[in-house]
Design a protein around this ligand. Structure first.
Ligand code: ZN
Length: 182
Protein backbone atom coordinates (compact mmCIF):
# COMPACT_ATOMS: atom_id res chain seq x y z
CA UNK A 1 0.00 0.00 0.00
CA UNK A 2 1.21 3.49 -0.79
CA UNK A 3 -0.06 6.79 0.52
CA UNK A 4 -1.40 9.53 -1.72
CA UNK A 5 1.64 11.61 -0.77
CA UNK A 6 4.06 8.84 -1.82
CA UNK A 7 2.14 8.40 -5.06
CA UNK A 8 2.48 12.10 -5.90
CA UNK A 9 6.15 12.15 -4.88
CA UNK A 10 7.02 9.16 -7.08
CA UNK A 11 4.89 10.41 -9.96
CA UNK A 12 6.91 13.66 -9.94
CA UNK A 13 10.14 11.68 -9.71
CA UNK A 14 9.00 9.64 -12.73
CA UNK A 15 8.30 12.81 -14.72
CA UNK A 16 11.79 14.08 -13.86
CA UNK A 17 13.38 10.90 -15.23
CA UNK A 18 11.20 10.95 -18.34
CA UNK A 19 12.47 14.46 -19.04
CA UNK A 20 16.09 13.37 -18.53
CA UNK A 21 15.49 10.53 -21.00
CA UNK A 22 13.80 12.84 -23.54
CA UNK A 23 10.46 11.07 -23.39
CA UNK A 24 7.89 13.63 -24.51
CA UNK A 25 4.54 13.20 -22.82
CA UNK A 26 1.34 15.20 -22.94
CA UNK A 27 -0.08 16.97 -19.92
CA UNK A 28 -3.11 14.65 -19.81
CA UNK A 29 -0.84 11.59 -19.77
CA UNK A 30 0.71 12.67 -16.48
CA UNK A 31 -2.52 11.62 -14.78
CA UNK A 32 -2.10 8.10 -16.20
CA UNK A 33 1.27 7.52 -14.56
CA UNK A 34 1.18 4.50 -12.28
CA UNK A 35 3.40 3.97 -9.26
CA UNK A 36 3.75 0.34 -8.16
CA UNK A 37 5.03 -0.81 -4.80
CA UNK A 38 3.95 -4.43 -5.46
CA UNK A 39 2.06 -4.36 -2.17
CA UNK A 40 5.35 -4.52 -0.27
CA UNK A 41 5.15 -0.97 1.19
CA UNK A 42 8.91 -0.61 0.76
CA UNK A 43 9.41 2.00 -1.94
CA UNK A 44 13.09 2.42 -1.02
CA UNK A 45 13.63 -1.06 -2.43
CA UNK A 46 10.64 -1.96 -4.59
CA UNK A 47 9.21 0.64 -6.95
CA UNK A 48 8.54 1.19 -10.62
CA UNK A 49 6.80 4.12 -12.29
CA UNK A 50 4.98 3.28 -15.51
CA UNK A 51 3.23 5.19 -18.24
CA UNK A 52 1.31 3.02 -20.70
CA UNK A 53 1.01 4.68 -24.10
CA UNK A 54 -1.46 2.11 -25.39
CA UNK A 55 -2.59 -1.42 -24.63
CA UNK A 56 -4.89 -3.23 -27.05
CA UNK A 57 -5.83 -6.92 -27.18
CA UNK A 58 -2.67 -7.47 -29.26
CA UNK A 59 -0.05 -4.78 -28.68
CA UNK A 60 1.20 -2.61 -25.87
CA UNK A 61 3.86 0.06 -25.36
CA UNK A 62 4.94 1.63 -22.11
CA UNK A 63 7.83 3.45 -20.57
CA UNK A 64 9.06 2.25 -17.19
CA UNK A 65 11.10 4.41 -14.82
CA UNK A 66 13.10 2.53 -12.22
CA UNK A 67 14.52 4.93 -9.61
CA UNK A 68 18.08 4.30 -8.37
CA UNK A 69 18.52 0.75 -7.07
CA UNK A 70 14.79 0.04 -7.01
CA UNK A 71 13.71 -3.48 -7.90
CA UNK A 72 10.91 -4.98 -9.96
CA UNK A 73 10.44 -8.38 -8.27
CA UNK A 74 10.75 -11.75 -9.99
CA UNK A 75 7.74 -12.58 -12.15
CA UNK A 76 6.60 -14.23 -15.36
CA UNK A 77 3.78 -13.74 -17.82
CA UNK A 78 1.55 -16.84 -17.90
CA UNK A 79 -0.74 -18.03 -20.72
CA UNK A 80 -4.22 -16.51 -20.69
CA UNK A 81 -6.97 -18.38 -22.61
CA UNK A 82 -5.80 -18.29 -26.29
CA UNK A 83 -2.81 -16.06 -25.55
CA UNK A 84 0.44 -17.99 -24.86
CA UNK A 85 1.46 -15.20 -22.47
CA UNK A 86 2.97 -11.76 -22.85
CA UNK A 87 5.96 -11.53 -25.15
CA UNK A 88 8.05 -8.53 -24.16
CA UNK A 89 10.98 -6.53 -25.47
CA UNK A 90 12.77 -4.20 -23.13
CA UNK A 91 14.99 -1.52 -24.64
CA UNK A 92 17.02 0.60 -22.32
CA UNK A 93 16.61 4.29 -23.02
CA UNK A 94 18.58 5.84 -20.16
CA UNK A 95 20.74 4.77 -17.19
CA UNK A 96 21.80 1.25 -16.29
CA UNK A 97 19.61 -1.79 -15.68
CA UNK A 98 20.56 -5.13 -14.21
CA UNK A 99 18.16 -7.67 -15.68
CA UNK A 100 18.00 -11.25 -14.40
CA UNK A 101 16.55 -14.15 -16.37
CA UNK A 102 16.58 -17.95 -16.35
CA UNK A 103 19.91 -19.45 -17.37
CA UNK A 104 23.39 -19.92 -16.04
CA UNK A 105 23.84 -18.17 -12.71
CA UNK A 106 26.16 -15.17 -12.89
CA UNK A 107 28.85 -15.08 -10.21
CA UNK A 108 29.17 -11.79 -8.34
CA UNK A 109 25.98 -10.24 -9.73
CA UNK A 110 25.61 -6.47 -9.53
CA UNK A 111 22.16 -6.52 -7.90
CA UNK A 112 21.81 -5.64 -4.24
CA UNK A 113 18.77 -7.18 -2.62
CA UNK A 114 17.28 -6.49 0.80
CA UNK A 115 18.03 -9.63 2.82
CA UNK A 116 14.45 -10.06 4.02
CA UNK A 117 13.15 -10.87 0.52
CA UNK A 118 16.21 -12.47 -1.08
CA UNK A 119 14.65 -15.94 -1.02
CA UNK A 120 12.04 -14.84 -3.56
CA UNK A 121 14.67 -14.23 -6.23
CA UNK A 122 15.55 -17.50 -7.94
CA UNK A 123 16.89 -16.62 -11.42
CA UNK A 124 20.37 -15.14 -11.56
CA UNK A 125 21.53 -14.97 -15.15
CA UNK A 126 22.59 -11.34 -15.36
CA UNK A 127 22.24 -9.04 -18.34
CA UNK A 128 23.70 -5.58 -17.89
CA UNK A 129 21.76 -3.13 -20.03
CA UNK A 130 23.03 0.23 -21.19
CA UNK A 131 21.19 2.75 -23.39
CA UNK A 132 20.36 1.24 -26.78
CA UNK A 133 20.53 -2.35 -25.53
CA UNK A 134 17.43 -4.42 -25.94
CA UNK A 135 16.38 -7.80 -24.66
CA UNK A 136 13.65 -10.19 -25.77
CA UNK A 137 11.65 -12.03 -23.11
CA UNK A 138 9.59 -14.95 -24.41
CA UNK A 139 6.29 -15.82 -22.68
CA UNK A 140 6.61 -17.65 -19.36
CA UNK A 141 10.27 -16.86 -18.67
CA UNK A 142 11.01 -15.71 -15.13
CA UNK A 143 12.66 -12.31 -14.86
CA UNK A 144 13.32 -9.42 -12.50
CA UNK A 145 15.41 -6.29 -12.60
CA UNK A 146 17.10 -3.59 -10.58
CA UNK A 147 18.23 -0.13 -11.69
CA UNK A 148 21.83 0.93 -11.25
CA UNK A 149 22.87 3.78 -8.97
CA UNK A 150 21.60 6.48 -11.35
CA UNK A 151 18.26 4.83 -12.13
CA UNK A 152 16.92 3.53 -15.44
CA UNK A 153 14.31 4.38 -18.05
CA UNK A 154 13.05 1.47 -20.16
CA UNK A 155 11.05 1.45 -23.38
CA UNK A 156 8.85 -1.61 -23.07
CA UNK A 157 7.08 -3.16 -26.05
CA UNK A 158 4.89 -6.23 -25.77
CA UNK A 159 1.83 -8.15 -26.73
CA UNK A 160 -1.27 -7.40 -24.67
CA UNK A 161 -0.28 -6.52 -21.11
CA UNK A 162 -2.40 -7.92 -18.28
CA UNK A 163 -0.45 -6.85 -15.21
CA UNK A 164 -3.07 -8.20 -12.81
CA UNK A 165 -2.44 -11.74 -14.09
CA UNK A 166 1.36 -11.68 -13.84
CA UNK A 167 2.72 -14.37 -11.54
CA UNK A 168 5.25 -13.50 -8.86
CA UNK A 169 7.65 -15.72 -6.92
CA UNK A 170 7.07 -13.70 -3.74
CA UNK A 171 3.66 -14.73 -2.29
CA UNK A 172 3.20 -11.37 -0.54
CA UNK A 173 3.04 -9.39 -3.76
CA UNK A 174 -0.09 -7.54 -4.82
CA UNK A 175 0.57 -6.31 -8.36
CA UNK A 176 -2.11 -3.66 -8.74
CA UNK A 177 -1.22 -0.68 -6.53
CA UNK A 178 -3.50 0.28 -3.67
CA UNK A 179 -3.31 3.97 -2.80
CA UNK A 180 -4.35 4.91 0.69
CA UNK A 181 -6.13 8.24 1.14
CA UNK A 182 -4.57 10.10 4.07
ZN1 ZN B 1 7.76 -8.73 -17.19
Amino acid sequence: MITKRQYLEYKELGIKYLEKAYVIIREDEKEKIEVADFGLSDLDNFAIITLTFFNTERISAKVIVVPPRRICPEHWHPPVVHDPGKEEIMRLRWGTLYLYVEGEKTSNPKAKLPEYRRKYFTVWHEIIMKPGDQYYLPPGVKHWFQAGDEGAVIDDYSTCSRDALDQFTDPDIVRIPVIKEE
